[in-house]
Design a protein around this ligand. Structure first.
Ligand SMILES: *Cc1c(COP(=O)(O)O)cnc(C)c1O
Length: 610
């Protein structure tokens, strides 16, 4: 892996200079100096860094490419992008997004009542709100209220019963501005990849062609056909191939044209949902995406233009609900490595005795004498010996020190043979390599910060933020600090991660996890009660950078309170136990209470340095 695959996934957002990874923007601060700065403010544990300039970049790119394609093809529709709130609802993301998005009349998409309230209270003027997802009458009333406030809101119907409710609510709102209506169509084409369940004939969402015809009739009958302005589809997230997107678009374009001919006079917009993919791969052999944003925009515009021409209807306005593409790159998690395991398998930890069991002596000789010619044979011999030695241990003939020596020696022999035979690419050695990875214990929770790795085995780019001019020598396994064996990112031959040999007694070593700004935050789980990491916003200019919005990770008391424990009671009880303890002297009671209170006021992650 060259430079941790930066040239594949980083899109020039990060670069390696000297031995550090830097944010490739304006004054180009290194991640390490930002992290050192935060730690000098007494911040410990994992840190989620938000970079607003990367939000701006994605918004600019998306609008640039669609407007460019419009110009090149003299397209006569308009372009409108909205952010689907489910991808990231954090105010520390949404507010800067909307602030910058003003220039594009960037809109919001909501899929629940809570999201709709965020949208109604934060939307910029002249920017649309779209409502998808299943809707009850209350949510529909909320949308009618939004329309009365003068907001540009569209209710996208997922099923005919929702249309019935809209018809009912509309009756009580005669004369007032009404929400626009969209229809989510169920396409027979569907997406590919991990997230491909949202589209296709068996999808959870959308109207079949028969239902679409019925919906149009109902809207005509109840005087709502003028509100019908949009058809919508979403074939899934992270669509890595262009073909299914084009296929879906062809289908949607034809439905659009036919609906206009059937009397949907105000139908003017095709909303093609999300799905624009993000390159997460760190390895060129598993490059995921087969199209560029430029190709994506060109293909969409060209196809809709051709269909409109062939069917003699107006070129539709294009609405897009890309979330992952907009949000993923802006957030980076940096977490300290707190320990390296399997370091004990070094020559230093051998405790050979004056007199060792003969097999241990033999292992030592194998280790001494191993060379290119005999490596495979010696390796196999060492495994045999280890098996015998473990049996001897079970039977009580050798002790724990002998056993430890045997394990160390066999590991050393494995490492040596991998080195000696590295050009031979033997299946056996590849397997061995996985055995002797170093385990890097990292102060974060995979469940909290990378839920999609746990749920879907989605990989995110990982790299150290320092020592980058040194060659990383250890094949690495990442362990988080939860007590769950799923809290592990294993070393894989397809996607190898090599990290540095570090002496954590004398230096700090941080890993950065990239592209976690989409979905991960709100999907994050409090497994083992590790809550959101400390967050900060990093604004970079030519002179330097500014840190703002520092939001500390929850304190232990807050975590318990959130679980509905009575924290007052917990505190009082513990203080009482201290006061009543026979082992704590009266003079020391105050000190112990202070220690306890301090501990409960801190966050739940490990403290690597006091
Ligand atoms: C989730 C979702 C999106 C966002 O999809 P991305 O792949 O993140 O761009 C857009 N529209 C709808 C209807 C969704 O459900």
């Amino acid at each position: 892996m060259q430079k941790y695959g930066l040239d594949i996934w980083a899109d020039d957002n990060f670069i390696i200079e000297g031995d550090k990874v830097k944010v490739n923007y304006a004054s180009k601060p290194s991640l390490l100096e930002i992290v050192d700065n935060l730690r000098s403010q007494d911040i410990r544990g994992p840190m989620l860094l938000r970079f607003p300039h990367l939000i701006h970049k994605q918004l600019d790119l998306m609008h640039h490419h669609f407007h460019r394609a419009f110009e090149e093809l003299s397209y006569r529709g308009s372009f409108q992008a909205v952010f689907p709130l489910k991808v990231n609802q954090s105010p520390l993301f949404v507010k800067p997004l909307l602030e910058y998005g003003k220039r594009y009349h960037y809109g919001l998409e909501a899929g629940s009542k809570a999201e709709l309230l965020i949208a109604m209270s934060h939307i910029n003027s002249n920017s649309p709100i779209l409502v998808n997802g299943f809707k009850d009458r209350e949510l529909i009333k909320l949308a009618f209220l939004s329309a009365k406030m003068g907001q540009d809101i569209t209710l996208t119907i997922e099923g005919l019963n929702e249309l019935d409710s809209i018809i009912e609510v509309a009756k009580t709102n005669q004369g007032a501005p009404l929400p626009k209506i969209g229809l989510r169509i169920r396409l027979h084409s569907s997406g590919v990849g991990l997230w491909a369940k949202s589209g296709g004939i068996n999808s959870k969402f959308g109207l079949t062609s028969t239902e679409i015809l019925e919906a149009v009739n109902l809207m005509k009958k109840h005087g709502l056909i003028e509100q019908f302005s949009m058809i919508h589809f979403h074939i899934g997230s992270q669509i890595t191939q262009i073909a299914p997107i084009k296929k879906a678009l062809r289908e949607a374009g034809n439905i659009y044209s036919d609906l206009i001919k059937l009397g949907a006079l105000n139908l003017s917009t095709i909303n093609l949902g999300g799905g624009l993919a993000v390159e997460y791969s760190q390895n060129s052999s598993i490059h995921q995406i087969n199209y560029s944003l430029k190709e994506y925009a060109n293909d969409i515009v060209f196809m809709l233009q051709s269909i409109a021409k062939a069917k003699s209807v107006q070129e539709p306005n294009i609405t897009i609900e890309s979330g992952r593409f907009i949000a993923a790159s802006h957030a980076v998690l940096v977490a300290p490595v707190v320990e390296l395991f399997s370091q004990d398998y070094t020559k230093r930890s051998l405790k050979l005795k004056e007199k060792n069991p003969p097999l241990v002596d033999e292992l030592y000789e194998l280790y001494q004498d191993i060379n290119r010619e005999n490596a495979r044979e010696f390796l196999h011999d060492s495994f045999d010996h280890l098996n015998s030695l473990l049996t001897l241990f079970d039977l009580g003939y050798i002790d724990l020190v002998d056993r430890s020596n045997s394990e160390i020696l066999v590991h050393l022999i494995m490492k040596k043979s991998i080195k000696l035979l590295k050009d031979q690419n033997l299946e056996e050695l590849l397997k061995l390599k996985q055995h002797i990875q170093e385990k890097y214990l990292v102060n974060f929770s995979i469940f909290q910060s990378m839920a999609d790795f746990w749920g879907l085995k989605q990989r995110f780019p990982i790299m150290p933020i320092s020592k980058l001019s040194h060659k990383p020598t250890h094949s690495a396994n990442i362990w988080d600090i939860t007590c769950d064996s799923d809290g592990e990112i294993d070393f894989s031959e397809d996607n190898p991660l090599y990290l540095h040999d570090v002496d954590l007694e004398s230096e700090e070593y941080f890993l950065a996890f990239f592209l976690i700004g989409a979905y991960q935050e709100v999907l994050g789980m409090k497994h083992n009660l590790f809550t959101k990491p400390t967050e900060a916003t990093i604004e970079i200019d030519e002179k330097g950078y500014q840190i703002s919005n520092i939001t500390p990770s929850d304190s232990i008391l807050e975590i318990l309170d959130d679980l509905d424990y009575d924290v007052k009671e917990i505190e009082e009880k513990l203080i009482q136990y201290i006061e009543n303890s026979d082992y704590i002297h009266k003079d020391e009671v105050e000190d112990h209470i202070d220690i306890l209170k301090h501990l409960m006021s801190e966050n739940g992650y490990l403290k690597t340095i006091d």
